[in-house]
Ligand binder design. Structure first.
Ligand SMILES: Nc1ncnc2c1ncn2[C@@H]1O[C@H](COP(=O)(O)OP(=O)(O)OP(=O)(O)O)[C@@H](O)[C@H]1O
Length: 287
């Protein structure tokens, strides 16, 4: 049975279609990266996975059950902009993740439960390279450190799914490379299923075990918002090369797909920006 399944899912906001006929089946432990032109519904898709938004049509299933629209410890979320609490220390930010999960009423743990939470949080801070900053406050951290903290905060609950919305988009290239290694290490250690939105197609190829492209297959230049996007490419990436692709020089096939995807995403972005006649329609390529 699939771990996550979307069956004929569509999403509209008011009368604006955003996503159309999404069909997807994901197994436990996949690392799914998602790319697409700005505004084509990638964050909306993540919000449906997180339960913040529900489908307008179709079914979203987790372990065969409809996804609930309540925040759940099943799902940890990290956004592009640092989503940590400024008035709490690094350590308390991570412990808070557990407090919310374990003590829903008070969001506080006491005594032995807090001591255990502290030990678990320190272990995780060690794994993300922040243990020596445990008593600092977020404003004392660099951007990369704040994203490490946000990832630790999401992972402390041992979520079944980690949702990442452009988590490295605001970071310098050198720090991004460190974060790539960190997220690949954590993925391999935890076996968590990851969905990650990125604007960087190369990052999508580099990190993912599977890459989804969201794009519109129908465009009306006079009404750029008339149609929603769907999944136009669903690529299983070469696991033998996983994490090495960008370094080792891509395989010819993946290189050519990279170019096709870049072309179609840019064409859609151009149509949306200009609402002009230069239209690129992507042809779907199955995995
Ligand atoms: N809560 C909402 N109410 C109404 N419209 C919304 C809402 N959230 C998103 N939209 C619209 O849905 C469309 C898709 O937005 P979404 O943020 O999912 O796109 P995206 O692909 O993640 O974009 P970006 O890459 O720029 O972050 C946009 O036209 C946006 O304006």
């Amino acid at each position: 049975m699939s771990f996550i399944e979307f069956k004929k899912v569509s999403k509209t906001y008011g009368d604006q279609p955003v996503l159309d006929n999404i069909n997807l089946s994901v197994k436990k432990g996949e690392f799914v990266t998602m790319v697409g032109a700005s505004g084509c519904g990638k964050s909306t898709f993540l919000k449906m996975l997180s339960g913040q938004e529900s489908a307008s049509k179709g079914q979203c299933l987790l372990d065969g059950q409809p996804l609930t629209d309540e925040p759940s410890v099943d799902r940890g979320i990290v956004f592009q902009k640092y989503s940590v609490f400024p008035h709490l220390s690094v350590l308390d930010n991570v412990i808070l993740g557990l407090e919310f999960a374990q003590s829903k009423l008070l969001a506080r743990l006491f005594g032995k439960a807090r001591a255990q939470a502290k030990e678990k949080a320190m272990n995780l801070l060690q794994r993300v390279g922040l243990h020596s900053a445990a008593n600092k406050y977020p404003h004392e951290l660099s951007g990369g450190m704040q994203q490490r903290l946000a990832i630790a905060q999401a992972l402390i609950k041992e979520p079944k799914i980690l949702l990442l919305d452009e988590p490295f988009g605001a970071l310098d290239p050198g720090i991004r490379a460190d974060m790539h290694q960190l997220i690949l290490d954590l993925w391999q250690q935890t076996g968590t299923t990851i969905f990650m939105v990125t604007h960087d197609i190369g990052e999508g190829f580099y990190l993912g075990s599977r890459l989804l492209v969201f794009d519109k297959i129908r465009h009306d230049p006079m009404a750029p918002n008339a149609w929603g996007a769907t999944i136009t490419y669903d690529l299983k990436l070469n696991l033998a090369n996983h994490g090495q692709l960008a370094k080792s020089g891509d395989s010819a096939q993946e290189h050519s797909l990279y170019n096709d995807i870049q072309h179609s995403v840019h064409a859609t972005a151009r149509v949306q920006d200009e609402a002009g006649p230069s239209i690129g329609i992507s042809t779907g390529v199955g995995a």
